[in-house]
Design a protein around this ligand. Structure first.
Ligand SMILES: *Cc1c(COP(=O)(O)O)cnc(C)c1O
Length: 391
């Protein structure tokens, strides 16, 4: 049974699930089959549908995007004493799995063109470490808010020094990499391994869940084993390595299969919202947007603006609080990981200048749910103009 009732929103949230209406029947189908867990045919089908859609070699559905990153680092053999280069302008889940493995994240500053990992900083460090005979164990590159990082130079230097690349495409499912304006691959299927998140706020959802993708089958098959407590293929419980409980349930995979066909619409809808913000706010001097770089057709998972402090007398935090007063939820950009107390205490290395810091200080993420309506967009933009011009 699915509810046909449409919630009326006095409050406008940042990013919420957008149902197709087919989820209830899909989950009921799984229930009727009595295949609830562990795993099951819906999981197999969901993996195959995502895999073929993005052109990956193999796919593994997981309990979360974080679990998928952890499995990725584990099958790459990342361990004690290793360094993993990670974007600094991102969610903690991009870096924590390196620490779960006893390795040390090294944070790489952002490139102001894309807001993603600066490929020059990355290349210099990979070369420097390579020449010193200590290449990083992996690079975790994030596609911020759905915009692709500049993958060509990143993949080039990493392949030259045989450093595996893991794409954190948690919010970039549906983004396309472009070469000379033409689609040349899907976010998440460009590096050696890639991950998606199906958390409630992401492009599509399974309530919680994730997917690990690989160009090659073998590491994904290893991850498949590790994700179910590393059982050896014998009748009794036999273990030769330490595993995890990271597999997606059959019920959630059914839910995900009902969401998947809507992905192209969700990308279109979020991109249209982004354009809507640009149209309505472009007249305001001092408001900037995350640029769209020529190599990315982005999901525009979240629309993020910047407020130029020389032209706009209000801080992003003041704007956030003023929006909240009228029921509009916004959020600062990710606080750069190298500024997070927990990582500072560990004395982790950081490469580059203050691009990510300045974006954090000036930026604000605006409501971007794919279900956002034009009237709501009007209301948000009206309020933003009121706050930044009345100050
Ligand atoms: C959401 C997100 C994750 C983690 O995904 P979960 O499914 O919540 O574990 C990792 N990285 C980024 C950039 C994210 O936005």
């Amino acid at each position: 049974m699915t509810s046909r009732l449409k919630p009326i929103r006095a409050r406008i949230p940042l990013s919420v699930p957008h149902l197709t209406g087919a989820e209830g029947d899909a989950v009921q189908r799984a229930i009727d089959s009595n295949w609830i867990a562990p795993i099951g045919p819906e999981v197999d089908a969901f993996e195959e549908e995502v895999r073929s859609q993005v052109g990956a070699g193999a796919a593994l559905a997981t309990t979360s995007g974080t679990a998928a990153i952890h499995l990725a680092l584990r099958v790459l053999g990342v361990g004690e004493g290793d360094e993993v280069l990670v974007s600094t302008l991102t969610f903690c889940a991009s870096a924590n799995p390196a620490l779960y493995q006893g390795a040390r994240p090294v944070f790489v500053d952002a490139d102001l063109r894309s807001w993603n990992m600066d490929p020059v900083l990355l290349a210099d460090e990979v070369e420097r470490m390579g020449r010193a005979g200590r290449t990083p164990a992996a690079v975790v590159v994030v596609h911020l808010f759905g915009q692709l990082a500049e993958m060509a130079p990143i993949l080039e230097v990493c392949s030259r020094w045989e450093v595996p690349v893991v794409e954190d495409a948690a919010a970039a499912m549906g983004s396309r990499y472009l070469e000379e304006g033409r689609p040349a691959g899907h976010a998440g299927a460009l590096g050696d391994l890639g991950i998606y998140s199906f958390d409630g706020s992401k492009m599509i959802t399974t309530s919680m869940g994730g997917m690990l993708l690989g160009r090659k089958k073998e590491p994904i098959e290893h991850a498949r084993k590790l994700a179910r407590q590393a059982r050896e293929p014998v009748a009794h419980y036999e273990h030769e390595e330490i595993g995890f409980n990271y597999r997606m349930s059959n019920l959630l995979a059914a839910f995900g299969r009902a969401q998947l066909p809507a992905l192209p619409d969700r990308v279109r809808q979020r991109r249209a919202i982004h354009e809507g913000y640009r149209e309505r706010l472009s007249e305001v001097e001092g408001i900037g947007f995350q640029p769209e770089v020529p190599w990315s057709h982005s999901t525009r998972w979240l629309t993020a603006i910047t407020l130029d402090p020389e032209r706009i007398p209000v801080s992003p935090e003041t704007l956030r609080l003023q929006l909240l007063e009228t029921g509009i939820e916004s959020r600062p950009l990710w606080k750069p990981l190298h500024l997070q107390p927990v990582y500072r205490r560990l004395g982790l290395r950081k490469l580059g200048g203050e691009a990510s810091e300045s974006l954090f200080r000036q930026g604000l993420c605006l409501p971007s749910s794919s279900s956002l309506e034009a009237g709501e967009l009007d209301r948000i933009c009206h309020r933003i103009k009121e706050v930044v011009t009345d100050a």
